[in-house]
Design a protein around this ligand. Structure first.
Ligand SMILES: *[C@@H]1O[C@H](CO)[C@@H](O)[C@H](O)[C@H]1NC(C)=O
Ligand SMILES: *[C@@H]1O[C@H](CO)[C@@H](O)[C@H](O)[C@H]1NC(C)=O
Ligand SMILES: CC(=O)N[C@H]1CO[C@H](CO)[C@@H](O)[C@@H]1O
Length: 489
């Protein structure tokens, strides 16, 4: 009995300690919920940063061009299957699309890495087939598209009065916000853009998409000619905007213009920008370009008149390669590190401003063009911005927070951010440059937007709560860029 009770005491002790271990295990904060906590904290801190400043009491006035279209949004793989286009075994880049084989090759080229791309289809028969098939596809969606109208929509929602330059059909103009005034000729047959969306992990033949994104095809008749430019220029004089935004020029990419036609159009646009009041900020939104001639024209005629540039992680190396005088980059890492992007941004900022100083050696007030004072780069994992000290751009920290939140809101398709549909993919700390010995900045949950000074500018970086249940990627950059701008004018 004695022995027995000693034995049972030991047994109880063991059971009790085992129970303690189990209890400790039970109450240990599980890894998942710790991550959840971090996400909640980052979200509430970003919301606080976004809410810190409102827009000015008066409604800011923003003029934005050029162009617009009707978007048909479909699941990319479903559409290709429907038209019976088999997956190619040869992913290949094409400047523009002439036939179905090239479409398959070009789609495969961007689909696997999950890189955004937009291409002109020179074959009308093929484009009509694609549009017809899309019309019949269950789950397709139609919406107002094009960089300018999407940015206009976001700016109107955020409290701006907007003048929009674009050629639209009458029904189209009706669905726009009452705070948007459209200027441009009315067209009966609007340009159609076909948006082939795909979620992360989607597969097409042997290809699997590394991240959610879209591949866009168009065959525009109006947009490449900047058809609304004249009307826009006239209305602009009285509108007297605080901010003038230009986007949508990728519709000119690889388009079969007559000799000299493109240059003449861009010269007119450059003239419009250069004649705007010095108190009007000018923002140029980059896009997916491959046509080197067009890019050269843009660098010469448009970009020098902008104070501000907006672009994504593909467009940044694309533009930089042109400025460096190397071959134009059409595909880059769709998930670049912060350090890489910041180095590219510093270089772009330096090169553009160097060009400005070279063309204006005396720094007179009657300078041709403007120095670049704002550069916003949006990537899947984070937002980054450079703003020159003493420039007109305000509230950089809040603007970057707003841009970051807008990324989730847009892609998830909801103004309220649901943390269970979000994920932080930025590392717990980032290096501010790829140069050896560079400072590392921790991502602090309670202060997720990191800002610091360098040279003559401030840099701010904010993590994105990446949406995991993708509703739509197309138009994301436009919503994000516009959301960033609205707090800065
Ligand atoms: C244009 O597309 C159609 C339909 O896919 C095809 O039959 C035709 O060969 C293409 N034309 C050219 C010039 O490639
Ligand atoms: C750059 O472009 C030229 C002309 O298109 C081509 O011959 C050359 O191979 C390209 N270089 C690289 C590194 O891609
Ligand atoms: C999240 C969000 O607001 N997305 C918007 C992007 O812009 C278009 C056009 O203005 C809106 O329709 C989307 O709702």
């Amino acid at each position: 009995m004695e022995r027995g009770s000693g034995f049972s005491f030991m047994k109880y002790a063991m059971v009790a300690s085992l129970a303690m271990v189990l209890l400790a295990y039970w109450f240990r904060p599980p890894r998942v919920s710790r991550l959840d906590n971090r996400l909640h904290m980052v979200l509430s801190s970003l919301l606080r940063a976004e809410g810190k400043v409102g827009i000015n009491n008066a409604r800011p006035r923003v003029a934005i061009g050029l162009g617009g279209c009707v978007d048909i949004i479909v699941d990319g793989v479903t559409l290709l299957n429907k038209i019976g286009l088999p997956p190619t075994d040869q992913p290949l880049h094409h400047d523009y699309i002439e036939n179905a084989d090239q479409l398959a090759q070009s789609f495969a080229y961007f689909f696997a890495p999950g890189a955004a791309a937009e291409r002109f289809v020179s074959n009308d028969t093929l484009f009509s087939q694609l549009v017809e098939a899309s019309r019949e596809l269950p789950g397709n969606r139609w919406s107002v598209g094009g960089n300018a109208p999407v940015m206009a929509g976001r700016l109107a929602v955020e409290g701006c009065d907007v003048l929009l330059g674009g050629s639209f059909s009458p029904e189209f103009a009706d669905v726009l916000s009452q705070h948007i005034t459209v200027t441009g000729n009315v067209v009966e047959e609007p340009d159609i853009h076909l948006i082939l969306e795909y979620p992360s992990g989607a597969s097409w033949g042997q290809y699997t998409a590394r991240r959610a994104n879209r591949y866009i095809v168009h065959s525009d008749d109006h947009n490449p000619y900047l058809a609304s430019l004249q009307d826009f220029a006239v209305k602009l004089q009285d509108f007297n905007p605080d901010l003038l935004v230009v986007g949508g020029l990728q519709m000119m990419d690889s388009f079969p213009f007559q000799q000299g036609e493109r240059e003449a159009l861009l010269s007119q646009l450059g003239h419009l920008l250069s004649s705007s009041s010095p108190r009007t900020g000018v923002h140029f939104e980059m896009a997916s370009f491959v046509d080197e001639g067009l890019m050269q024209d843009l660098m010469r005629l448009v970009v020098p008149h902008a104070d501000s540039l907006g672009m994504n992680e593909q467009e940044l190396p694309n533009l930089l390669s042109l400025l460096r005088g190397t071959n134009v980059t059409v595909l880059s890492d769709p998930n670049p590190r912060v350090a890489t992007v910041l180095d590219q941004m510093r270089e772009l900022y330096r090169l553009v401003n160097q060009h400005f100083r070279q063309t204006n050696p005396d720094g007179h007030a009657d300078a041709t063009g403007r120095p670049l004072t704002r550069l916003h780069v949006h990537t899947l994992a984070f937002q980054a911005m450079i703003v020159t000290h003493g420039s007109q751009w305000k509230n950089t920290m809040s603007a970057v927070a707003k841009a970051s939140l807008t990324a989730n809101r847009h892609v998830c398709g909801s103004p309220d951010i649901d943390p269970s549909k979000a994920r932080l993919i930025m590392d717990e700390s980032f290096s501010i440059s790829r140069q050896e010995g560079s400072q590392r900045i921790p991502l602090e949950e309670t202060r997720p937007v990191s800002c610091w000074d360098e040279d003559n500018y401030e840099i701010c970086v904010a993590p994105v709560l990446v949406c995991t249940e993708v509703y739509q990627t197309a138009g994301g950059g436009d919503n994000i860029s516009a959301a960033g701008l609205v707090l800065q004018i």
